[in-house]
Design a protein around this ligand. Structure first.
Ligand code: TMP
Ligand code: ASP
Length: 236
């Protein structure tokens, strides 16, 4: 499988065409942005960590009945995935209050919810990814009712599987963001990534942050946190 022309460059990844019309190659960058792209930086080694971690979890989820876009890891930073049209919704699941939830509703971080929450943001940089509900998404034609139901079902299933998995690694899965895509036959699959960029991970004993919040909040120890998550997932 070889890279053809670049189709797209996002904040953390590039996407290339391949010789197959229904497959593309994703290339993970070390670039990091936060605060709607205002804050820019580099997290050394992030591209390779996010690539490998995402692929590990995509394969695990696929085995447990969650359809994903994963096809084949090519090398440290590059992976073949099925070509999808991305549903323009960021799907956020939360198990513990943090980040924009804590800010929006005026509560402290760290409240453990009895049941996970789900919310959607409209993926639209010009509008700064506004919070949106499923009726708005339907009204805007971003997805069908059946697609939204399927996305919710899959997102909660991913949460159940990942939450249990991370707990065994002594990590609390605080919250995370998923993206879904449509295959050419219309089926919904999990796409994008599952990494310290898109999840909040707290050490189960100390609540130490092991994710991109260290970059967002200028806490230092960013690379160490990514490496520590890598160590917990893959061993030394
Ligand atoms: P939030 O608390 O800032 O809304 O973030 C919720 C989760 O979504 C958190 O795990 C980080 C992730 N996230 C992304 O992956 N991309 C984004 O652009 C944002 C804002 C959050
Ligand atoms: N990557 C996102 C941005 O630059 C934000 C984030 O992950 O915090 O807007």
């Amino acid at each position: 499988m070889s890279k053809k022309e670049q189709l797209y460059e996002g904040k953390a990844k590039k996407v290339f065409a391949t010789e197959k019309a229904d497959e593309v190659i994703v290339s993970y960058k070390d670039d990091a942005t936060a605060l709607d792209g205002l804050k820019k930086g580099t997290i050394n080694g992030k591209g390779s960590i996010n690539n490998r971690m995402t692929n590990f979890f995509m394969q695990m989820l696929e085995k447990q009945g969650v359809p994903t876009h994963f096809v084949e890891e090519l090398n440290d930073r590059e992976t073949v995935v099925k070509k999808v049209s991305i549903v323009p919704l960021e799907v956020i699941i939360r198990n513990i209050s943090a980040g924009s939830f804590a800010k929006r509703y005026g509560v402290e971080e760290g409240i453990v919810f009895n049941d996970p929450t789900i919310e959607f943001s409209y993926k639209n940089d010009d509008l700064h990814d506004p919070l949106i509900n499923s009726y708005h998404a339907l009204a805007l034609g971003l997805a069908t009712k059946a697609e939204i139901e399927r996305i919710k079902e899959l997102a909660f299933k991913v949460n159940d599987l990942l939450k249990a998995y991370f707990l065994k690694l002594n990590v609390k899965l605080v919250d995370f963001k998923l993206e879904f895509g449509r295959l050419s036959d219309g089926r919904i699959v999990l796409a994008d990534e599952i990494s310290p960029d898109t999840c909040r991970f707290w050490d189960a004993e100390t609540n130490e942050k092991l994710d991109k919040d260290r970059f967002r909040r200028d806490m230092g120890g960013v690379e160490d946190a990514y490496n520590e998550m890598m160590r917990r997932v893959f061993g030394d």
